[in-house]
Design a binder for this molecule. Structure first.
Ligand SMILES: *Cc1c(COP(=O)(O)O)cnc(C)c1O
Length: 394
């Protein structure tokens, strides 16, 4: 039956599911066993071999969502990313990385790669020529992230994939921000797709998980290292993640719609200095995003008018929560300067266009009217405080 399933929400709901032959229940049964027979069986199963019934079932769903031959589920996004990178890089090899990277991936490269003797370069910009410019004799991998965190810049998937193919390199993408609902990089020639499933796949801010999807050949190579590194996910969480993904299509599409309305509202507002959202025509990556994404996503960033204090504004929000993470059904905001990009110097942040007052906004599924009302009351509150402060000064 699986092969006939093509539509996104049908894949989310059904693809790969385990039929409950015994009781005819509607959802996949959960097999919690960490111990399986080794005699008279076709597969020797063990959770750290990524091959329990629930792991295998969910991997099929994720592969189908990313138009890949195979997939694997990990205990976190970073477990998936670190294992995958090290499966393709050894001492003496070189990797080209996009300059704007998720903080955890950046730390992995900066803190660990020298111990393995792996060389790296960051691109100067997101232009495909700049990926090409960093390729050396010993380069093996090109790694990118689009849309990026926190300014939602867009990298040309097809152009970078072609550069990688031409030079015999493996191209990898962190597709977390887009989710498989909005972007399928394999369709543009990218080889390996990574996810922090903690984000849109989980979607409820209560699961830590990661995933990787690629060709069977690449997945075999990743598996060889993964079973030794031991980053697999426990079956109970695998089962919860399967449940979460059932609603991923409708959640993310609702988030796309809310984010577009929110971006337009902020863009037109006098108290907002700048809005970064690939769905806006004013965004430098808009045309590219239109060509390679199915939806513009639920993430945006914005800056208040220079006179208004960003931290006071964030503390004045009542419905929208402060959060280190993103992509839940609830709307949340974060200050990149104080969190994800706090390890960079002010100068490095400025180079990336991340000003101190920047606010990253993960849009949830609430009614847009309520979200806008919350932003409006917080703006009024911060303005009242700013005026009070100014009159005190005089
Ligand atoms: C959160 C995140 C990760 C890391 O995932 P964990 O599940 O926290 O290990 C990687 N990339 C991006 C873009 C993320 O947002």
């Amino acid at each position: 039956m699986d092969e006939k399933i093509k539509g996104l929400n049908t894949i989310c709901t059904h693809f790969g599911e385990i039929q409950d032959e015994q009781f005819k229940g509607a959802v996949s049964p959960l097999f919690m066993s960490t111990s399986y027979a080794f005699e008279d069986v076709d597969v020797k199963r063990y959770p750290r071999y990524f091959n329990t019934p629930n792991q295998v079932a969910l991997s099929k769903k994720i592969a189908a969502l990313e138009h890949a031959e195979a997939a694997m589920i990990f205990g976190s996004g970073m477990a998936a990313i670190s294992t995958t990178l090290l499966a393709f890089l050894k001492a003496g090899d070189h990797i080209v990385l996009q300059k704007t990277l998720y903080g955890g991936t950046y730390n992995l490269v900066m803190e660990e790669f020298h111990k393995f003797g792996i060389e790296y370069s960051f691109t100067k910009s997101l232009e495909p020529e700049d990926f090409l410019a960093e390729i050396k004799q010993n380069t093996k991998v090109i790694y990118l992230e689009t849309p990026s965190n926190p300014l939602l810049t867009i990298t040309d998937l097809k152009a970078v994939a072609q550069i990688a193919k031409k030079h015999g390199l493996v191209s990898m993408i962190d597709n977390t921000f887009a989710s498989p609902v909005n972007q399928n990089p394999i369709d543009f020639g990218i080889d390996v797709v990574l996810h922090s499933a903690t984000k849109y796949m989980g979607g409820h801010s209560d699961i830590l998980a990661g995933a990787v999807a690629s060709s069977q050949e690449h997945m075999d190579r990743i598996f060889q290292l993964a079973k030794n590194f031991g980053g697999s996910l426990s079956d109970y969480t695998v089962w919860l993640l399967e449940r979460s993904i059932k609603t991923m299509g409708i959640r993310v599409r609702a988030q796309n719609e809310n984010a577009m309305k929110m971006a337009q509202f902020l863009y037109e507002h006098n108290d907002i200095h700048a809005v970064y959202y690939p769905g806006l025509e004013s965004h430098p990556g808009h045309e590219l995003a239109k060509a390679q994404m199915k939806g513009f996503g639920g993430m945006l960033s914005f800056e208040l008018d220079k006179n208004l204090n960003s931290s006071t504004f964030q503390k004045s929000l009542r419905l929208i929560k402060s959060s280190m993470s993103l992509a839940g059904v609830e709307s949340t905001v974060l200050s990149p300067t104080l969190t994800s990009h706090s390890l960079l110097t002010a100068e490095e942040r400025e180079k990336q266009g991340i000003v101190d007052g920047l606010i990253r906004f993960s849009i949830g599924i609430e009614e847009i009217e309520d979200l806008i009302a919350d932003i409006e009351q917080a703006l009024e509150s911060v303005k009242a405080k700013t005026t009070a402060l100014q009159s005190n000064e005089i």
